[in-house]
Every structure is written in structure tokens, then in C-alpha cells.
Design a protein around this ligand. Sequence first.
Ligand SMILES: [Zn+2]
Length: 241
Amino acid sequence: MASTPQVSGFASRLATSKDSVRPILISDRVYELLRQAIVEGDLAPNDRVVESEIARRLGVSQAPVREAVKQLAREGLLMHVPRRGHFVVEISTRDADYARQVREPLERLGATLAAACVTAEQLDELDALVAELHEAGRANDVGRFRDVDIAFHTRVVQIAGNPFLTRMWEVLEPNLRALRAIADPLFEGDWRAMADEHGRLVALLRAGDPATAADAFADHAAGRSPVPDRRVQRKPASSVT
Ligand SMILES: [Zn+2]
């Protein structure tokens, strides 16, 4: 930066931002196009997503396409196969239902135990995770929202303090993530309300009423969350949870 000629104030800011703004906007646009193609089925499960081809068709360089593809992979919509590239993830709805079926009683037990033993520091930790969910929602960062959402539920299970429960969660969690039976990136509702919903779950743990907390966590895990998902009108129930 030392070699940059001195230009004052806003002009200087524009000059230094010039290179960073444009690629971000293009990669956002490519991300939206690809995401829509996956959601609407124009790209089918197991279809290969070839970055160079997309870049050529859109008349853009490969860098923003690579960025968009990376983001979709983080969200669980694309899968990276080493040396072969990125593919649209195929989700078995039956497996997702099975995984959700196991998630519900585990989260119910986790909340029951956690409500009885959670400490002030642990509640602060959960509050911080809820704040992160809000931040991710504001930034429209679905990948980050997913990561924090999953971290939230994992933390509650750890707080519950039963090592067998923790182990069972460790087995289930990667499957929940892969099957999108937790933190579904295709959720079409209000992300802010979904962050608030996690705040409500923390409040119930803070209140120390195991039965009420257990019901709320079970509803959340099973996709009976009070936060509406616009897809429910078009497809069977599903939720970001
Ligand atoms: Zn959740």
C-alpha cells in the first residue's frame, strides 16, 4: 500500500476497492444461477459441474465460478470428488427421514439433561452461537449458518454430559449434515426467525425446565419448528432446523 499515490477520502476508498468488488458480484450472480439450477432440477443429481464450461457459457473468468462452486460445496449442494470435480449431491429422502427419526430422540435427551445441568458460562457460549447465526443470516451466508447451526446442536449434546449420547451424536452428525437432515441449505423461510428460534431454545435451557426444553428441541429436530418454510406449500414438510 506504501506505493499507492495519495488520493483523499472516498476516491481513495473506491480506488482500493475497485478490484475486490467486481469479482465478488460476479461470483454471487454465478452462485445464484447454479443454486437455482440445482433447486429447480435443471442440474440433476450426480450431474457434473464443469467450471470451465460454465465460465465460457457465461462469458466470465473461471475464478468467480470456482468461488461459487466452493460455496455450494460448503452448503452441501455439490460434492467434490478428488481428480474428478464437483457433482450435484443426490439426497435420498428416505435416508434423510431415517436420520431425522434418530435425531429427534437424541436431541430430546440432550435437552432434558442439558436443561438440568447447564452452567452460566455454557449458556453464554450458546448465546454467542445464536449471535453468530444472526450474523450469518444478515450476510446471507448459508454455509456459515449451517456450520454454526450444527455446532449449536453439537454443543447442547456435549453439555448434556452423557458420554454415550455424545458418541451416538458423533456417529449421526456427519450423516445429518450430508443428508441435509440438519441445517438444510434449501430452507426458504426467514433466516432471522430461524436464528431467533435458536435463541428461544437457549432461553428454555436457561429456564431449567427439562420437559419444556425437550419438547422444543424435539420439535425443532423433527422439522416441526414454528418458523415457516415456503417449500412446505410445494413439497412435504422439511425444515432448516
Ligand atoms: Zn437448529
